[in-house]
Design a protein around this ligand. Sequence first.
Ligand SMILES: *[C@@H]1O[C@H](CO)[C@@H](O)[C@H](O)[C@H]1NC(C)=O
Ligand SMILES: *[C@@H]1O[C@H](CO)[C@@H](O)[C@H](O)[C@H]1NC(C)=O
Length: 451
Amino acid sequence: MAAAGRQLLWAAVSALVLASEAAAVAELDDSFKENRKDDIWLVDFYAPWCGHCKKLEPVWNEVGIEMKNMGSPVKVGKMDATSYSSIASEFGVRGYPTIKLLKGDLAYNYRGPRTKDDIIEFANRVAGPLIRPLPSQLMFEHVQRRHRVLFVYVGGESPLKEKYIEVASELIVYTYFFSASEDVLPEYVTLPELPAVVVFKDGSYFVYDEYEDGDLSSWINRERFQGYLNVDGFTLYELGDTGKLVAIAVIDDKNSSVEHTRLKSIIQEVAKEYRDHFHRDFQFGHMDGNDYINSLLMDELTIPTVVVLNTSNQQYFLPDRHIESIEDMVQFINDILDGTAEAQGGDGILQRIKRIIYDAKSTVVSVFKSSPLLGCFLFGLPLGVISIMCYGICTADTDGGTEETMATKKETGDRELTDEGSEEEQEEENKDTELSDGEQKQKNVLDKKKD
Ligand SMILES: *[C@@H]1O[C@H](CO)[C@@H](O)[C@H](O)[C@H]1NC(C)=O
Ligand SMILES: *[C@@H]1O[C@H](CO)[C@@H](O)[C@H](O)[C@H]1NC(C)=O
């Protein structure tokens, strides 16, 4: 009896939890277009068959619950973009899952890591005020401790402020925008004139100069990273928007030998000491391990090493000697700038063909690695069938034309392979579509959408 009671209670609790989850994340349909106008929405556009969407689902439910518990004005929803494809394409959805924050006429794409905290931080940042005033020194210090890169507008109403607001409405996807009066800033700050836009970072501050730095938007895009970064795949992808060359020490973070640690500090020093010379064209940092960079460059770099990537055309530069001092590194950078260093890679047609072959090869390798038996079956079976067929053809057909038939048979074999694709292969394929979609988005950072 007691057990039955407990079961009933458990069922009730589960139902409650389910109900609250359902309420926290709205399943959206056709009516969304009319009903959304007065609210700010955070929407996951998904496809029922997509593996990454399934992975996101529990995270998305947590996001919904937490936003609700926080009393956030942002409503959280999800839409099956395959069922409502016309609405989804109106919002510019091209891959799955796509996360967007919709605020009035503007649609902001989320491209960060798909974790609860990162998504919630993004939603709060983008949904909140574009410009956040810092009314006191205390407030300034508090905010400075929390943000490694901090943009502040200083001064009263002005055309520069209007420009600042305009830029913020686009770049709020990446960073916060603050405003303050001059007396709120730390004492070490001296501004040549007011109004001014200042970035606080790397233990210092830099003032925007319209004549030297070009338009405000591209300056903020260039300055929104710290001078020296711990670079991972995602950061590298984000750095693509800056059009800078990225100079990284590729090292093993856990290796405390002098070769590794020295390379890291050389780059760190160059980033700091030569900022005035190089910061417009270069971003500096280090990367832990060479797996990512090798697959990106389709090369076999041995660590520790230095590599400089051109994020605009995917070319890269390797030093022709060991980098053992700051002077070596500066020399290497100057060689790149004056064109004497030889560029490798790139985005030409040959590189793209190489990429396709490389990706196909690594897919085969990864299938074999994760499950050798499946690999043998997937790739062995068609090969076996082809050999038997070839044997049959060769023994039956003695006069010429064999090669042509063989070629056709082989093609059929290959096609069968993709059609029968296992779960894993499909997953791999999804990943690929996603990646190329991501690359596309790289050009088009923010999808500003007017209804
Ligand atoms: C650290 O790096 C050095 C130089 O590359 C290498 O010879 C050594 O084996 C590495 N040590 C470890 C523990 O990986
Ligand atoms: C990087 O790529 C861009 C775009 O192709 C090019 O204009 C620029 O000269 C390249 N930079 C270097 C240092 O090769």
